[in-house]
Design a protein around this ligand. Structure first.
Ligand code: COA
Length: 201
């Protein structure tokens, strides 16, 4: 029997902080001892900015201004190894029950070791802790999110996102990013806000 996407996300929420995201990999498990996932601090803002800028240059992420990161640094989670910030992710609120997981980035030299998965687990747990019912992401890398219980949806299911970030973007009409949604607190998601649907793209 296939596990429901919501159940996968809920399990990720439950397990976050207790195990590396991909327990099957021995290397990742031993690596995990050296990582620390924590909430970002004001002093992290320039490094977060540089990390996001690296991937904004390739189009993988939307650029973020340093001033905006500083102002909302409390929305970021980071992953640190031996004092070096290697990854970040932001949890951006859209009202009381919905948040976007955005600006997920792992330094190129540290990719493929499970850090991205760990950051996603941490952000799902944090979303639940902050009282959100659902989270969504708009991304070129849907596979990463699908492994954490996200289901594809139409970008039109998140009109607030389109209003906030897409209007004025030169790629707005030809955007290849996909929207995905996950339930992090089923007990708070009794009233459906968004219905997962097959995405044409
Ligand atoms: C996407 C990103 C955060 C993944 O980080 P990472 O630390 O390399 O990922 P992990 O090692 O934790 O891998 C997690 C899983 O996702 C998979 N994965 C990693 N990158 C992927 C991608 N671009 N597309 C699909 N799957 C991917 C891995 O194979 C792994 O699967 P497994 O657990 O079955 O082995 C990283 O590649 C990155 O920073 N990319 C640039 C920015 C970006 O595209 N961010 C996502 C959009 S918000």
């Amino acid at each position: 029997m296939q596990t429901a996407p919501g159940a996968v996300a809920a399990r990720a929420v439950r397990d976050a902080g207790l195990r590396p995201a991909t327990a099957t990999s021995r290397r990742r498990a031993s690596d995990a001892a050296a990582w620390k996932a924590r909430r970002a601090r004001p002093a992290d803002a320039p490094t977060i900015h540089a990390l996001i800028a690296e991937f904004a240059a390739t189009g993988a992420l939307l650029p973020r201004e340093l001033a905006e990161i500083r102002e909302h640094v409390d929305r970021f989670l980071v992953l640190v190894e031996k004092g070096k910030l290697l990854g970040c992710v932001a949890l951006e609120p859209y009202g009381a029950s919905l948040a976007e997981i955005r600006s997920l980035a792992v330094a190129g030299s540290a990719q493929g070791r499970g850090l991205g998965a760990r950051l996603l687990d941490f952000s799902l747990a944090e979303a639940r802790r902050r009282g959100f019912a659902r989270v969504f992401a708009v991304t070129h890398a849907p596979g990463v999110f699908e492994k954490h219980g996200f289901a594809r949806t139409s970008r039109h299911a998140v009109p607030e996102k389109i209003e906030r970030d897409c209007h004025g973007c030169p790629k707005e009409r030809h955007c290849e990013k996909l929207a995905l949604v996950a339930v992090v607190a089923p007990e708070r998601a009794a009233l459906p806000i968004m219905q997962p649907v097959e995405c044409a793209g």
